[in-house]
Write a protein of this length. Structure first.
Length: 308
């Protein structure tokens, strides 16, 4: 073996490296190869319409407030919602109270603390609810927004405390309280503590109404579960975005329970307008104008009562 190894080892020749293969164009004009380098296309340049499957240029969708040509109102985060709602997109962010992250040490396939960390990283928010103060068509108001991207917009201790803080700020400043709902219901990782928020937020709404201030709810897709069963249905006025899913339990659960096939538009905002659960369906671009008109009208009554 030693002789064989010696035979193969020839002096003056090191390890052979594979020769780079180049086409005839690269040999004639070496600089041409770099001139036609492959360009990377951003992954999010096009967005697919959830209703029609149409591919929409992202910048066009942003200009349309994330409403597709077919009229589908896509879900948006808290920052965009606040920017679209307030005059000139200007608002004062109000910090939410800090609560314990995992009060029950909930056992799961993935630790609850890790889920919270991932949601905070992806949304840039501490929890599913954000509060802000600003003007809507010249009318000062406190606005609370739920983000479905944060663990399904679920209602937990942090969201409940934020709601109460928003209601208290509205009373303290003497301005209307507007809530944009988007939730799958109570947060299961917090058990009974999350269910308690239904009662606590209801009491907060009563404080706003006792102060003679308007409480307006805008139902967005989807608003379900414990959120619908509490503060989402307690507004003086209920507005909704087009084709938003609004209901307590899922369609399939209801059909299996009553053993009947539900109407095609069941639990959609247009269906609920006909049955009196929603006052008006308003497109996203028209929401600020409609909200401003409603708030000014309701606050006019308060001004007259104070004058009297």
């Amino acid at each position: 073996m030693a002789m064989a190894d010696q035979k193969d080892d020839k002096p003056g020749k090191g390890p052979q490296t594979p020769r780079e293969r180049r086409g005839w164009l690269a040999r004639i004009a070496p600089g041409v190869r770099n001139a036609f380098a492959k360009r990377e296309t951003p992954e999010n340049l096009w967005v697919k319409c959830p209703d029609t499957g149409e591919m929409i240029y992202r910048s066009d969708l942003e200009a349309a407030h994330w409403v597709t040509p077919s009229g589908s109102h896509m879900r948006i985060g808290t920052q965009l919602r606040l920017r679209y709602t307030f005059d000139d997109g200007k608002f004062e962010k109000i910090a939410s109270p800090v609560v314990a992250d995992d009060p029950l040490k909930f056992p799961d396939e993935r630790p609850y603390a890790e889920r919270l960390k991932a949601a905070r990283k992806s949304t840039g928010e501490q929890d599913s609810v954000a509060i802000a103060f600003g003007q809507i068509q010249g009318q000062p108001a406190i606005v609370l927004v739920q983000d479905f991207a944060f663990m399904g917009g679920s209602l937990g201790m942090a969201a409940g405390e934020a709601f109460i803080k928003g209601a208290q700020e509205a009373v303290r400043r003497g301005v209307p309280f507007v809530v944009f709902t988007a939730s799958g219901g109570a947060r299961m990782q917090e058990g009974t503590l999350s269910l308690m928020q239904m009662a606590r937020t209801t009491l907060a709404v009563n404080e706003v109404k006792a102060a003679g201030l308007p409480y307006v709810v805008v139902l967005t897709d989807p608003t379900t579960g414990g959120v619908l069963a509490s503060y989402a249905m307690l507004g003086d006025i209920h507005l909704a975005e087009p084709n938003a899913t609004i209901g307590f339990s899922g369609r399939r659960v209801i059909e299996q329970t009553i053993r009947e096939t539900l109407p095609a538009a069941f639990q959609k905002s247009e269906f609920l307008v006909e049955r009196g659960m929603v006052d008006k369906v308003v497109s996203r671009k028209e929401l600020p104008e409609v909200l401003g008109s409603i708030l000014k009208t309701l606050m006019m009554g308060r001004s007259r009562a104070q004058a009297a």
